[in-house]
Design a protein around this ligand. Structure first.
Ligand SMILES: Cc1cc2nc3c(=O)[nH]c(=O)nc-3n(C[C@H](O)[C@H](O)[C@H](O)COP(=O)(O)OP(=O)(O)OC[C@H]3O[C@@H](n4cnc5c(N)ncnc54)[C@H](O)[C@@H]3O)c2cc1C
Length: 320
């Protein structure tokens, strides 16, 4: 039996940020992660400046290619609005591996299946025992499923489905573009060139909104890729997109139960307007760690529900 004080299930941005904060405080931490890193994660890889601020890292010190998005082309009802902003783009394959290394926490490759509570401790797969348990396993987090699903039920209206693809591509179009509500999509599509010669294209929207209109994410994807082809943004690419789903913020219950926590996508914390999940994952990880360390009560109060104010006024930052 492996014993530790805090066990974190999942080594994405939420779990790694939490682990890093706990390690800095000298706590005995272990991350259980089902996949060896680096691993790919369905994501556009857009991050806000606050992600670096929250991590206390200067973007100039990020060791991989970091895209600066100083302008975003917003397309809405056929009108293009060039929007000055200050955002970043990363590849999750690199960013997540960097962050888990930065945490300096021990990581074990293990897919968590069962969780039991016994003698004031949590028993994981009868192989790990801990006093504090942090669920950072994303949408399908076993900590959420075992301990929180009845307390913090997920609401179908908050379910986002998405399709994306990231691939090497030296496109001459260097600016990021977003298309809102195209063909009645209850969400948006993106075209995001990355530093280092990659391109990320994708589409995401509310599952129930699409279903009510008799549409699917796949039919929206076909319309979107046709638009890229006809607009000469991307021609002749043999697409093979990957899909995933997650939940935007809808606080239906607690994120702490006894000494167990859920953070990031496990808690359904992505912003309501843009489905931004990396920033909320990082911040919720740090807040949960601080609560474990005993610095201050956390909950989700310091985590923004909306991204647009930060995109429109990027230099104001978002307070904790
Ligand atoms: C297509 C798409 C595009 C997106 N684009 C953006 C974007 O541009 N910007 C943004 O801010 N957000 C974006 N999001 C949302 C963002 O990806 C998530 O909100 C974010 O990854 C949440 O981080 P997390 O650490 O909570 O979970 P995850 O990143 O999902 O990490 C969870 C980790 O837990 C591990 N795990 C899962 N189950 C187990 C288990 N049983 N045992 C052990 N380990 C386990 C997984 O392997 C994974 O490494 C996008 C989402 C999608 C689907």
């Amino acid at each position: 039996m492996v014993e530790c004080e805090v066990l974190i299930v999942g080594g994405g941005p939420a779990g790694s940020s939490c682990a890093r904060e706990l390690m800095k405080a000298g706590m005995d931490v272990c991350i259980l992660e089902k996949e060896p890193f680096p691993r790919s994660k369905p994501c556009a890889g857009w991050i806000t400046p606050e992600v670096f601020t929250d991590l206390g890292v200067d973007p100039a010190d990020y060791p991989y290619p970091l895209g600066a998005l100083n302008r975003l082309n917003i397309h809405i009802f056929g009108v293009r609005l060039p929007l000055p902003t200050r955002q970043y783009s990363v590849r999750r394959y690199e960013f997540d591996a960097w962050l888990i290394n930065l945490s300096a926490a021990p990581v074990r490759t293990h897919r968590v299946r069962t969780i039991r509570f016994l003698d004031s401790h949590y028993l994981i797969d009868d192989a790990y025992r801990c006093r504090y348990l942090v669920g950072a396993g994303g949408t399908c987090c076993p900590v959420y499923e075992s301990l929180f699903s009845a307390l913090r039920p997920r609401d179908g209206e908050s379910r986002i489905v998405a399709l994306y693809e990231e691939f090497p591509c030296e496109t001459p179009h260097r600016e990021g573009s977003l298309w809102f509500f195209d063909h009645g999509l209850p969400g948006y599509a993106w075209f995001l060139p990355k530093a280092g010669g990659y391109l990320n294209v994708g589409i995401g929207g509310k599952h129930l909104g699409m279903k009510r209109k008799g549409r699917t994410i796949r039919s929206h994807w076909e319309a979107f890729t046709r638009k890229l082809e006809e607009g000469f943004l991307l021609t002749g690419h043999p697409y093979s997109p990957r899909g995933h789903w997650y939940y935007i913020r809808n606080d239906t219950g607690p994120t702490r139960l006894g000494n167990a926590f859920v953070i990031g996508d496990a808690a359904g914390l992505a912003t309501r307007d843009m489905g931004e999940g990396i920033g909320p994952a990082v911040r919720s990880g740090i807040l949960a760690a601080r609560e474990i360390i005993g610095k201050r009560p956390t909950a989700t109060r310091g985590i923004s529900r909306f991204s647009l104010p930060g995109i429109l006024l990027p230099d104001r930052g978002r307070p904790w």
